[in-house]
Design a protein around this ligand. Structure first.
Ligand SMILES: Cc1cc2nc3c(=O)[nH]c(=O)nc-3n(C[C@H](O)[C@H](O)[C@H](O)COP(=O)(O)OP(=O)(O)OC[C@H]3O[C@@H](n4cnc5c(N)ncnc54)[C@H](O)[C@@H]3O)c2cc1C
Length: 462
């Protein structure tokens, strides 16, 4: 039976598209490049391949429909943020490389805007900037450290440290002790971007097979994606762009960890409610909590509040029931009212979630092996909207034997270590998820830090 794809997320429901599945693969065929995954990574790779080589035969194979994965479910932040913090990147790779990553990501934000304009993709792109607030005095030190890391990279002019009064001129949130603002970063409509991008790929000659699961893949002189209906043999390359869902393939089971993030959405606010809150510029909004929160003002005037999702499931299990984890939805809805008490009584119309792909070392990878002819990009740990565009540009250049200008970035041609086997994986991940939440709660309630706080923070630093 066919799924009701409108129910996957508000973004797919609101994509302005009936979401009718494209025809599946029916028999074996041969192409130049075969791509697993109809999310941003697969589609950007297809798009840039076809843009630089219009005659190329490119096929995208998607198990459900385009945008079914994180690309059709995310928070809509299109920001130059990277899963590894600026400070940690500087320690790991040096200041020059860290700065290059952030500049490349901002260029990806600009590239997404440019393609949306060129291809007439109505993704509601808005150059909104990004605002991080310290909610509670305990978050101020981390916010200052974050600013200091940007200053060390010579990016001081891009960041302003704000007083609570200056934050309130932008958005009125409770318990704000400071803010950090940058004009960098944008917000967009994830569903319209992914669906529009697929149409742009097709307009350039790419073929997309939907409701077709890849069950195996093989590298070599004639690499291939295998499905129940037949195989797609590629003369140049196959690309694995299934992010968290790749864990369902045996060979990639431990490549990343599927970590759930969950979102709750309010009904559209009235003009009077917006006047109380402010937030006219719709900055991407977050705090310095260990357990990440992200807020977006949607194009139609709702508040989207995202945070952690269902606890990690043993064996890296991915399932629909984790998308709607009732206990977490309730926590998120309470958080909306803590941030904006004036919204008491507001209705929440949608809740959904999805898995992000987290590598063991939190660092994404973009690579192409010219021996096996297998390309891979992923492991964005919830920061993939802009990174996947960069990855698509990089992969298309690697496969086409061209230079992208991004070859020196620390995530090019790399591989993260595999996750530890079960049951250790479950024990470590569940411990970390619980410990970081306990640290946040103790700070928020003015209690002493848990005894294991330093250990948990050391293990979770990124
Ligand atoms: C709730 C949530 C909020 C997020 N918020 C943000 C945000 O605000 N900003 C940000 O930058 N990032 C955010 N992210 C992360 C971001 O959405 C992802 O990093 C990005 O969309 C990854 O794109 P992708 O194409 O690599 O993967 P996906 O979009 O997950 O696409 C992978 C596709 O591959 C398909 N697939 C997988 N396996 C197979 C197979 N065997 N055969 C065929 N098809 C297969 C899947 O069905 C899926 O459609 C969020 C993620 C989630 C889940």
């Amino acid at each position: 039976m066919s799924r009701r794809y409108q129910d996957v997320s508000f973004w797919l429901e609101d994509a302005g598209d009936p979401l009718t599945p494209r025809p599946p693969l029916e028999r074996s065929c041969e192409v130049d490049v075969a791509i697993l995954g109809g999310g941003y990574t697969g589609l950007w790779t297809a798009y840039y391949l076809l843009r630089s080589n219009p005659g190329l035969r490119v096929a995208v194979v998607e198990r459900e429909i385009v945008g079914y994965g994180a690309s059709g479910r995310n928070g809509g932040w299109c920001s130059p943020r990277f899963p590894v913090s600026a400070g940690m990147m500087t320690r790991r790779y040096g200041a020059e490389a860290a700065r290059a990553v952030l500049m490349a990501l901002q260029s990806a934000v600009d590239a997404i805007r440019a393609v949306c304009e060129e291809e007439a993709i109505d993704a509601c792109f808005r150059a909104s900037g990004t605002l991080t607030v310290a909610r509670g005095a305990h978050q101020v030190a981390a916010l200052r450290a974050s600013l200091a890391a940007y200053e060390r990279l010579g990016l001081a002019e891009r960041y302003s440290f704000l007083t609570p009064e200056q934050v309130a001129e932008r958005v009125r949130v409770t318990d704000v002790h400071a803010g950090l603002y940058t004009p960098d970063g944008a917000s967009l409509h994830p569903g319209r971007l992914v669906r529009g991008l697929a149409r742009a790929v097709e307009a350039r000659g790419g073929v997309i097979y939907e409701q077709t699961a890849v069950t195996h893949f093989q590298g070599g002189a004639r690499p291939r994606l295998l499905t129940e209906a037949g195989e797609i043999v590629a003369s140049k390359a196959i690309v694995l762009a299934g992010e968290a869902y790749l864990t369902s393939l045996r060979k990639l089971h431990r490549a990343v960890l599927p970590v759930y993030s969950l979102i709750s959405l309010t009904e559209p606010l009235t003009s009077a409610q917006w006047r109380q809150i402010g937030w006219e510029h719709g900055e991407n909004l977050s705090s310095m909590r260990n357990t990440v929160v992200y807020l977006t003002r949607t194009p139609d005037g709702r508040i989207l509040f995202g945070s952690r999702g269902a606890p990690y499931a043993y064996g890296s299990r991915i399932s629909d029931d984790q998308d709607r984890h009732a206990e977490t939805i309730e926590l998120i809805q309470n958080s909306v009212l803590e941030w904006f008490p004036s919204l008491a009584g507001i209705r929440f119309t949608h809740a959904w979630g999805g898995p992000v792909g987290m590598p063991m070392d939190w660092t994404p990878a973009v690579r192409f092996d010219s021996g096996t002819r297998i390309g891979y990009a992923g492991g964005y740990t919830g920061q993939g909207v802009s990174t996947s565009n960069l990855a698509g540009q990089m992969l298309a250049a690697m496969i086409g034997g061209r230079k992208s200008g991004f070859e020196q970035l620390p995530f090019a041609q790399r591989r993260s270590p595999n996750w530890i086997p079960e049951p250790l994986r479950w024990l470590v991940v569940r411990y970390m998820q619980g410990a970081l939440e306990r640290i946040d709660l103790a700070a928020e309630e003015g209690r002493a830090r848990p005894a294991d706080a330093s250990i948990a923070e050391y293990l979770g630093r990124h």
